[in-house]
Design a protein around this ligand. Sequence first.
Ligand code: ZN
Length: 185
Amino acid sequence: MSVLPIRVLGDPVLREETRPVADVTDDLRRLIDDMFETMYAANGIGLAAPQVGRTERVAVVDVEGAKYALVNPEVLVADGKKEKAEEGCLSIPDVYADVERPGHVVVRALDRDGQPFEVEATALLGRCFQHEIDHLHGKLFLDHLSFLKRRSALARWEDEKDQYPGFIRILKPGASKSEHPEEEL
Ligand code: ZN
């Protein structure tokens, strides 16, 4: 397994629509395993393929031990009371903002073995599923913000982005933990 470089805001791959996976092959399983390793190395709780420069419709999630590989995930239901909570993104390091999302979702996907499953989620897990599935359609958490909040998040990013030449974030082994580890998706 390997830790992959993470693409940051400005890399066009983050704005691309992904391609549905036709077959869950050994190559795809290798990508899934590398994505888990990369997510853990970054102290994240979710990671989508475009964040490592890939266009397969795949994401990984591990919220407090609730661990999922999501191949071709779809949101079947998004309802419940809207909830607001702080989010960050491994592709927009050190930028955080409150995002409002439906409090309850049902997601259907294929697992690492290509078997279909459905999962119901609320709270942080439901939020993480929605954030990662957005990534698979070229959408970022910034897109959920009001004009003013988005402008202030982008101003914050202006101060950060020069650390990532070529829009690439190389994770250093043993790097210090984020101050907001729970919200990095
Ligand atoms: Zn993200």
